[in-house]
Design a protein around this ligand. Structure first.
Ligand SMILES: Cc1ncc(COP(=O)(O)O)c(C=O)c1O
Length: 406
Protein backbone atom coordinates (compact mmCIF):
# COMPACT_ATOMS: atom_id res chain seq x y z
CA UNK A 1 0.00 0.00 0.00
CA UNK A 2 1.32 3.40 -0.81
CA UNK A 3 0.00 6.80 0.01
CA UNK A 4 1.76 9.79 -1.27
CA UNK A 5 1.40 12.42 1.39
CA UNK A 6 5.19 12.58 1.26
CA UNK A 7 4.86 14.16 -2.16
CA UNK A 8 2.16 16.43 -0.91
CA UNK A 9 2.70 20.16 -0.72
CA UNK A 10 0.23 22.87 0.02
CA UNK A 11 0.80 24.66 -3.25
CA UNK A 12 -0.02 21.38 -4.94
CA UNK A 13 -3.18 21.04 -2.88
CA UNK A 14 -4.22 24.58 -3.51
CA UNK A 15 -3.76 24.21 -7.25
CA UNK A 16 -5.59 20.93 -7.09
CA UNK A 17 -8.52 22.55 -5.38
CA UNK A 18 -8.68 25.31 -7.97
CA UNK A 19 -8.33 22.94 -10.93
CA UNK A 20 -10.59 20.23 -9.68
CA UNK A 21 -13.30 22.28 -8.08
CA UNK A 22 -15.94 22.32 -10.75
CA UNK A 23 -18.80 24.70 -10.27
CA UNK A 24 -20.91 22.16 -8.41
CA UNK A 25 -18.14 21.47 -5.92
CA UNK A 26 -17.40 25.13 -5.42
CA UNK A 27 -20.99 26.06 -4.83
CA UNK A 28 -21.39 23.19 -2.42
CA UNK A 29 -18.48 24.46 -0.34
CA UNK A 30 -19.49 28.11 -0.61
CA UNK A 31 -23.17 27.62 0.07
CA UNK A 32 -22.83 25.38 3.03
CA UNK A 33 -23.13 27.01 6.39
CA UNK A 34 -23.41 23.99 8.61
CA UNK A 35 -26.94 23.11 9.68
CA UNK A 36 -25.69 22.95 13.28
CA UNK A 37 -24.78 26.61 13.15
CA UNK A 38 -28.04 27.52 11.41
CA UNK A 39 -30.27 25.64 13.88
CA UNK A 40 -28.37 26.94 16.91
CA UNK A 41 -28.78 30.51 15.66
CA UNK A 42 -32.48 29.92 15.11
CA UNK A 43 -32.79 28.36 18.59
CA UNK A 44 -31.07 31.38 20.16
CA UNK A 45 -33.23 33.82 18.21
CA UNK A 46 -36.44 32.15 19.36
CA UNK A 47 -35.13 31.25 22.83
CA UNK A 48 -35.88 27.62 22.04
CA UNK A 49 -34.50 24.59 23.87
CA UNK A 50 -31.54 23.67 21.73
CA UNK A 51 -31.45 19.93 21.14
CA UNK A 52 -29.93 20.48 17.70
CA UNK A 53 -26.16 20.79 18.03
CA UNK A 54 -24.33 17.87 19.66
CA UNK A 55 -22.91 19.44 22.79
CA UNK A 56 -23.55 18.55 26.43
CA UNK A 57 -25.59 21.02 28.45
CA UNK A 58 -23.36 20.51 31.49
CA UNK A 59 -19.77 21.08 32.55
CA UNK A 60 -16.93 18.57 32.65
CA UNK A 61 -16.17 16.82 35.96
CA UNK A 62 -15.01 19.37 38.62
CA UNK A 63 -11.89 17.32 39.32
CA UNK A 64 -10.89 17.65 35.67
CA UNK A 65 -11.59 21.39 35.70
CA UNK A 66 -9.37 21.79 38.77
CA UNK A 67 -6.59 19.92 37.01
CA UNK A 68 -6.89 22.20 33.98
CA UNK A 69 -6.68 25.20 36.27
CA UNK A 70 -3.60 23.80 38.03
CA UNK A 71 -1.82 23.13 34.75
CA UNK A 72 -2.71 26.54 33.34
CA UNK A 73 -1.31 28.18 36.47
CA UNK A 74 1.82 26.05 36.30
CA UNK A 75 4.44 26.48 33.61
CA UNK A 76 2.61 24.53 30.94
CA UNK A 77 1.46 27.15 28.50
CA UNK A 78 3.83 26.81 25.56
CA UNK A 79 3.69 24.59 22.46
CA UNK A 80 3.15 20.89 23.03
CA UNK A 81 5.04 18.33 20.93
CA UNK A 82 3.54 17.86 17.47
CA UNK A 83 2.17 14.41 18.21
CA UNK A 84 0.80 15.32 21.66
CA UNK A 85 2.28 15.41 25.17
CA UNK A 86 3.83 12.05 26.13
CA UNK A 87 1.60 11.81 29.24
CA UNK A 88 -1.58 11.98 27.14
CA UNK A 89 -0.31 9.55 24.53
CA UNK A 90 0.51 7.15 27.36
CA UNK A 91 -3.03 7.51 28.79
CA UNK A 92 -4.56 6.95 25.35
CA UNK A 93 -2.43 3.87 24.82
CA UNK A 94 -3.53 2.44 28.19
CA UNK A 95 -7.17 3.15 27.34
CA UNK A 96 -6.91 1.45 23.94
CA UNK A 97 -5.40 -1.61 25.56
CA UNK A 98 -8.16 -1.71 28.18
CA UNK A 99 -11.12 -1.22 25.84
CA UNK A 100 -9.86 -2.53 22.50
CA UNK A 101 -7.32 -5.09 23.61
CA UNK A 102 -4.62 -3.67 21.36
CA UNK A 103 -1.19 -2.54 22.49
CA UNK A 104 -0.33 0.51 20.44
CA UNK A 105 2.96 2.33 20.34
CA UNK A 106 2.84 5.54 22.34
CA UNK A 107 5.31 7.43 20.12
CA UNK A 108 4.58 5.99 16.69
CA UNK A 109 0.88 5.28 16.50
CA UNK A 110 -0.94 8.08 18.38
CA UNK A 111 -1.43 11.68 17.30
CA UNK A 112 -3.31 14.17 19.47
CA UNK A 113 -5.37 16.45 17.24
CA UNK A 114 -7.39 19.64 17.32
CA UNK A 115 -10.64 17.77 17.96
CA UNK A 116 -11.77 14.81 15.92
CA UNK A 117 -12.49 17.31 13.14
CA UNK A 118 -8.82 18.03 12.49
CA UNK A 119 -8.02 14.32 12.60
CA UNK A 120 -10.75 13.60 10.02
CA UNK A 121 -9.49 16.38 7.79
CA UNK A 122 -5.84 15.38 8.09
CA UNK A 123 -6.60 11.74 7.30
CA UNK A 124 -8.70 12.62 4.27
CA UNK A 125 -5.99 14.98 3.02
CA UNK A 126 -3.42 12.22 3.54
CA UNK A 127 -5.24 9.46 1.73
CA UNK A 128 -7.46 11.05 -0.89
CA UNK A 129 -6.04 12.39 -4.14
CA UNK A 130 -7.79 13.89 -7.16
CA UNK A 131 -10.23 11.45 -8.72
CA UNK A 132 -10.20 8.99 -5.80
CA UNK A 133 -13.56 7.74 -4.59
CA UNK A 134 -14.53 7.77 -0.95
CA UNK A 135 -17.45 5.75 0.38
CA UNK A 136 -19.57 7.26 3.14
CA UNK A 137 -22.64 5.64 4.64
CA UNK A 138 -25.73 7.81 4.55
CA UNK A 139 -27.05 9.33 6.70
CA UNK A 140 -23.52 10.64 7.34
CA UNK A 141 -22.02 13.27 9.62
CA UNK A 142 -21.71 16.32 7.42
CA UNK A 143 -17.99 17.00 7.89
CA UNK A 144 -16.73 14.24 5.64
CA UNK A 145 -17.82 15.32 2.19
CA UNK A 146 -16.42 18.88 2.23
CA UNK A 147 -12.99 17.50 3.17
CA UNK A 148 -13.19 14.92 0.38
CA UNK A 149 -14.08 17.68 -2.08
CA UNK A 150 -11.18 19.83 -0.88
CA UNK A 151 -8.85 16.88 -1.49
CA UNK A 152 -10.20 16.59 -5.05
CA UNK A 153 -11.96 13.31 -4.30
CA UNK A 154 -15.45 12.10 -5.11
CA UNK A 155 -17.88 11.01 -2.42
CA UNK A 156 -19.92 7.91 -3.06
CA UNK A 157 -22.99 7.76 -0.85
CA UNK A 158 -23.98 4.25 0.20
CA UNK A 159 -27.14 3.94 2.27
CA UNK A 160 -27.32 2.36 5.68
CA UNK A 161 -30.41 0.21 5.51
CA UNK A 162 -33.16 -1.11 7.78
CA UNK A 163 -34.92 -4.38 7.08
CA UNK A 164 -37.64 -6.49 8.60
CA UNK A 165 -35.10 -8.85 10.17
CA UNK A 166 -32.96 -5.95 11.37
CA UNK A 167 -34.96 -2.74 11.87
CA UNK A 168 -31.90 -0.80 13.08
CA UNK A 169 -29.74 1.12 10.60
CA UNK A 170 -26.93 -1.16 9.42
CA UNK A 171 -24.50 -1.77 6.57
CA UNK A 172 -25.69 -4.00 3.74
CA UNK A 173 -22.54 -5.89 2.79
CA UNK A 174 -23.74 -6.74 -0.68
CA UNK A 175 -24.47 -3.07 -1.46
CA UNK A 176 -21.04 -2.14 -0.11
CA UNK A 177 -19.36 -4.78 -2.27
CA UNK A 178 -21.15 -3.48 -5.36
CA UNK A 179 -20.13 0.10 -4.57
CA UNK A 180 -16.41 -0.64 -4.53
CA UNK A 181 -14.38 -0.21 -7.70
CA UNK A 182 -10.80 0.44 -8.72
CA UNK A 183 -11.04 4.10 -7.78
CA UNK A 184 -12.23 3.44 -4.24
CA UNK A 185 -9.52 4.71 -1.92
CA UNK A 186 -11.19 5.15 1.44
CA UNK A 187 -14.27 4.00 3.32
CA UNK A 188 -15.46 6.17 6.19
CA UNK A 189 -17.29 4.55 9.06
CA UNK A 190 -18.87 6.17 12.09
CA UNK A 191 -20.15 3.98 14.90
CA UNK A 192 -21.76 4.65 17.36
CA UNK A 193 -23.47 6.55 14.62
CA UNK A 194 -24.44 10.17 14.32
CA UNK A 195 -27.35 10.75 13.65
CA UNK A 196 -29.06 7.34 14.04
CA UNK A 197 -27.37 6.01 17.20
CA UNK A 198 -26.65 2.69 15.44
CA UNK A 199 -23.72 0.58 16.65
CA UNK A 200 -21.59 -2.17 15.09
CA UNK A 201 -21.72 -5.75 16.26
CA UNK A 202 -18.63 -7.97 16.40
CA UNK A 203 -19.68 -9.86 13.30
CA UNK A 204 -19.67 -6.60 11.31
CA UNK A 205 -15.90 -6.32 11.67
CA UNK A 206 -15.43 -9.78 10.12
CA UNK A 207 -17.89 -8.94 7.35
CA UNK A 208 -15.98 -5.75 6.56
CA UNK A 209 -12.65 -7.60 6.54
CA UNK A 210 -14.16 -10.13 4.15
CA UNK A 211 -15.38 -7.40 1.76
CA UNK A 212 -11.94 -5.76 1.78
CA UNK A 213 -10.05 -9.00 1.47
CA UNK A 214 -8.52 -8.49 -1.96
CA UNK A 215 -7.95 -4.78 -2.22
CA UNK A 216 -6.01 -2.03 -0.50
CA UNK A 217 -8.70 0.40 0.46
CA UNK A 218 -8.08 2.45 3.58
CA UNK A 219 -10.54 2.81 6.43
CA UNK A 220 -11.24 5.87 8.52
CA UNK A 221 -13.32 5.06 11.56
CA UNK A 222 -14.88 8.02 13.35
CA UNK A 223 -15.49 6.65 16.85
CA UNK A 224 -16.09 9.84 18.81
CA UNK A 225 -19.04 8.24 20.68
CA UNK A 226 -17.06 5.07 21.48
CA UNK A 227 -17.80 5.26 25.21
CA UNK A 228 -21.55 5.87 24.84
CA UNK A 229 -23.17 2.50 24.10
CA UNK A 230 -26.39 1.26 25.71
CA UNK A 231 -28.32 -1.83 26.79
CA UNK A 232 -25.30 -3.83 27.91
CA UNK A 233 -23.69 -3.75 24.45
CA UNK A 234 -20.13 -2.63 23.87
CA UNK A 235 -18.35 -0.69 21.19
CA UNK A 236 -16.49 -2.68 18.54
CA UNK A 237 -13.61 -0.54 17.39
CA UNK A 238 -11.80 -1.20 14.14
CA UNK A 239 -8.71 -1.18 16.33
CA UNK A 240 -9.88 -4.51 17.82
CA UNK A 241 -9.59 -6.37 14.53
CA UNK A 242 -6.14 -7.40 13.25
CA UNK A 243 -6.97 -7.40 9.52
CA UNK A 244 -8.82 -4.09 9.68
CA UNK A 245 -6.30 -2.37 11.95
CA UNK A 246 -3.50 -2.61 9.38
CA UNK A 247 -5.43 -0.28 7.03
CA UNK A 248 -7.25 1.89 9.57
CA UNK A 249 -7.16 5.37 11.00
CA UNK A 250 -9.29 5.34 14.16
CA UNK A 251 -10.40 8.72 15.45
CA UNK A 252 -11.94 9.81 18.74
CA UNK A 253 -12.79 12.99 20.63
CA UNK A 254 -12.27 13.93 24.26
CA UNK A 255 -14.94 16.59 23.73
CA UNK A 256 -17.64 13.90 23.73
CA UNK A 257 -16.07 11.73 26.43
CA UNK A 258 -15.41 14.51 28.95
CA UNK A 259 -18.38 16.85 28.23
CA UNK A 260 -15.93 19.41 26.83
CA UNK A 261 -16.65 19.95 23.14
CA UNK A 262 -15.25 23.49 23.39
CA UNK A 263 -11.79 22.21 24.19
CA UNK A 264 -11.42 20.64 20.73
CA UNK A 265 -9.12 17.79 21.64
CA UNK A 266 -9.21 14.47 19.89
CA UNK A 267 -6.80 11.89 18.58
CA UNK A 268 -6.03 9.61 15.69
CA UNK A 269 -4.51 6.17 16.15
CA UNK A 270 -3.13 4.22 13.21
CA UNK A 271 -0.26 1.81 12.46
CA UNK A 272 3.10 3.60 12.27
CA UNK A 273 3.27 3.71 8.48
CA UNK A 274 -0.11 5.45 8.28
CA UNK A 275 0.57 7.66 11.29
CA UNK A 276 3.80 8.91 9.68
CA UNK A 277 1.87 9.98 6.61
CA UNK A 278 -1.01 11.56 8.51
CA UNK A 279 1.40 13.58 10.67
CA UNK A 280 2.79 15.23 7.53
CA UNK A 281 -0.55 16.94 7.14
CA UNK A 282 -1.19 17.45 10.85
CA UNK A 283 2.15 19.21 11.36
CA UNK A 284 1.41 21.85 8.72
CA UNK A 285 -2.27 22.38 9.38
CA UNK A 286 -2.38 22.41 13.17
CA UNK A 287 1.05 21.44 14.47
CA UNK A 288 0.12 20.97 18.11
CA UNK A 289 -2.77 21.10 20.54
CA UNK A 290 -3.36 23.13 23.71
CA UNK A 291 -0.77 21.97 26.28
CA UNK A 292 -2.37 22.41 29.74
CA UNK A 293 -5.58 20.70 28.72
CA UNK A 294 -3.68 17.73 27.27
CA UNK A 295 -1.82 17.41 30.57
CA UNK A 296 -5.02 17.70 32.60
CA UNK A 297 -6.84 15.05 30.55
CA UNK A 298 -3.83 12.74 30.89
CA UNK A 299 -3.76 13.17 34.65
CA UNK A 300 -7.52 12.74 34.96
CA UNK A 301 -7.49 9.52 32.91
CA UNK A 302 -4.62 8.23 35.00
CA UNK A 303 -6.16 9.20 38.36
CA UNK A 304 -9.79 8.29 37.65
CA UNK A 305 -9.70 5.49 35.05
CA UNK A 306 -13.18 4.41 36.16
CA UNK A 307 -14.75 7.68 34.88
CA UNK A 308 -15.09 6.36 31.32
CA UNK A 309 -16.93 3.26 32.55
CA UNK A 310 -19.69 5.46 33.97
CA UNK A 311 -20.42 7.29 30.74
CA UNK A 312 -22.72 4.79 29.04
CA UNK A 313 -24.97 4.50 32.13
CA UNK A 314 -25.01 8.26 32.51
CA UNK A 315 -26.30 8.74 28.98
CA UNK A 316 -28.49 5.66 28.97
CA UNK A 317 -30.56 7.13 31.80
CA UNK A 318 -30.96 10.33 29.77
CA UNK A 319 -32.01 8.36 26.70
CA UNK A 320 -34.48 6.39 28.82
CA UNK A 321 -35.91 9.56 30.35
CA UNK A 322 -36.40 11.18 26.94
CA UNK A 323 -37.89 8.04 25.37
CA UNK A 324 -40.19 7.23 28.29
CA UNK A 325 -41.59 10.76 28.29
CA UNK A 326 -42.27 10.48 24.55
CA UNK A 327 -43.86 7.06 24.71
CA UNK A 328 -47.38 8.46 24.55
CA UNK A 329 -46.51 11.18 22.03
CA UNK A 330 -47.31 11.07 18.32
CA UNK A 331 -43.66 10.49 17.43
CA UNK A 332 -42.44 7.02 16.44
CA UNK A 333 -38.95 5.88 17.34
CA UNK A 334 -36.62 3.05 18.21
CA UNK A 335 -34.48 3.92 21.22
CA UNK A 336 -30.96 4.85 20.21
CA UNK A 337 -28.31 2.13 20.72
CA UNK A 338 -25.43 4.54 21.28
CA UNK A 339 -24.23 8.19 20.98
CA UNK A 340 -26.33 10.95 22.55
CA UNK A 341 -28.83 11.36 19.75
CA UNK A 342 -32.38 10.14 19.33
CA UNK A 343 -34.16 10.09 15.98
CA UNK A 344 -37.89 10.82 16.09
CA UNK A 345 -40.23 10.07 13.20
CA UNK A 346 -42.97 12.70 12.92
CA UNK A 347 -44.87 11.20 9.97
CA UNK A 348 -47.98 10.79 12.14
CA UNK A 349 -47.93 14.51 12.90
CA UNK A 350 -47.02 16.06 9.59
CA UNK A 351 -45.90 15.25 6.06
CA UNK A 352 -43.97 18.48 5.72
CA UNK A 353 -40.31 18.35 4.67
CA UNK A 354 -38.00 17.88 7.63
CA UNK A 355 -36.16 21.20 7.18
CA UNK A 356 -39.47 23.09 7.24
CA UNK A 357 -40.81 21.05 10.14
CA UNK A 358 -37.61 21.50 12.20
CA UNK A 359 -37.83 25.27 11.69
CA UNK A 360 -41.47 25.25 12.67
CA UNK A 361 -40.79 23.27 15.86
CA UNK A 362 -38.10 25.74 16.83
CA UNK A 363 -40.28 28.78 16.24
CA UNK A 364 -43.64 27.48 17.41
CA UNK A 365 -43.00 25.13 20.32
CA UNK A 366 -39.43 26.17 21.12
CA UNK A 367 -37.52 22.93 20.55
CA UNK A 368 -34.63 22.91 18.06
CA UNK A 369 -33.50 19.72 16.31
CA UNK A 370 -31.62 18.69 13.16
CA UNK A 371 -33.52 17.49 10.07
CA UNK A 372 -32.15 14.13 8.98
CA UNK A 373 -32.09 15.06 5.27
CA UNK A 374 -28.92 17.14 5.78
CA UNK A 375 -27.03 13.93 6.48
CA UNK A 376 -27.77 12.52 3.01
CA UNK A 377 -26.30 12.97 -0.46
CA UNK A 378 -29.74 12.24 -1.90
CA UNK A 379 -32.24 12.53 0.94
CA UNK A 380 -35.11 10.03 0.94
CA UNK A 381 -38.54 11.39 1.66
CA UNK A 382 -38.48 10.69 5.39
CA UNK A 383 -40.02 12.62 8.24
CA UNK A 384 -37.28 12.34 10.83
CA UNK A 385 -35.49 14.73 13.15
CA UNK A 386 -32.41 14.25 15.33
CA UNK A 387 -32.55 15.34 18.97
CA UNK A 388 -29.51 15.60 21.27
CA UNK A 389 -30.32 14.34 24.78
CA UNK A 390 -26.98 15.34 26.36
CA UNK A 391 -28.83 17.83 28.51
CA UNK A 392 -29.87 18.25 32.14
CA UNK A 393 -32.91 16.16 33.04
CA UNK A 394 -35.04 19.27 33.60
CA UNK A 395 -34.26 20.41 30.03
CA UNK A 396 -35.11 16.96 28.63
CA UNK A 397 -38.40 16.99 30.59
CA UNK A 398 -39.42 20.41 29.33
CA UNK A 399 -38.50 19.55 25.73
CA UNK A 400 -40.45 16.28 25.91
CA UNK A 401 -43.46 18.08 27.36
CA UNK A 402 -43.47 20.48 24.43
CA UNK A 403 -43.01 17.65 21.90
CA UNK A 404 -45.93 15.75 23.48
CA UNK A 405 -48.19 18.73 22.74
CA UNK A 406 -48.02 17.90 19.01
C1 LIG B 1 -19.60 11.86 14.26
C2 LIG B 1 -18.80 13.03 14.70
N1 LIG B 1 -17.51 13.11 14.35
C3 LIG B 1 -16.75 14.16 14.71
C4 LIG B 1 -17.27 15.20 15.45
C5 LIG B 1 -16.40 16.37 15.80
O1 LIG B 1 -15.66 16.14 16.97
P1 LIG B 1 -14.75 17.29 17.59
O2 LIG B 1 -15.65 18.27 18.25
O3 LIG B 1 -13.85 16.60 18.57
O4 LIG B 1 -13.99 17.91 16.48
C6 LIG B 1 -18.62 15.16 15.83
C7 LIG B 1 -19.22 16.28 16.56
O5 LIG B 1 -20.41 16.41 16.71
C8 LIG B 1 -19.40 14.05 15.44
O6 LIG B 1 -20.69 13.95 15.77
Amino acid sequence: MKISAIEFSFSYTFNTIIKNSNQKMKSKLEASTTIFHTMTELANKHEAINLSQGFPGFNPDKRLLNMVSDFVHGENNQYAPMSGVPELRASISKKIEKYNGRKIHTDNEITVTDGATEALFSVIMTVVHPGDEVIVFDPAYDNYEPAVILAGGITKHVPLIKSQENPDYHIDWQILKESINKKTKLIILNFPHNPTGAILCENDLDELAEVLNKNDIYLMSDEVYEHIVFDGNRHHSLACHDDLWSRSFVISSFGKTFHATGWKIGYCIAPKKLTDEMRLIHQWSCYSVVTPIQLAIAKFMHTYPEYIDTLSDFYESKRDLFCSLLEKSNFNFRPSAGSFYQLLDYSQISKEKDVIFAEKLTKEIGVASIPISVFYGNPPNEQKLRFCFAKDDSVIEEAAKRLCSL
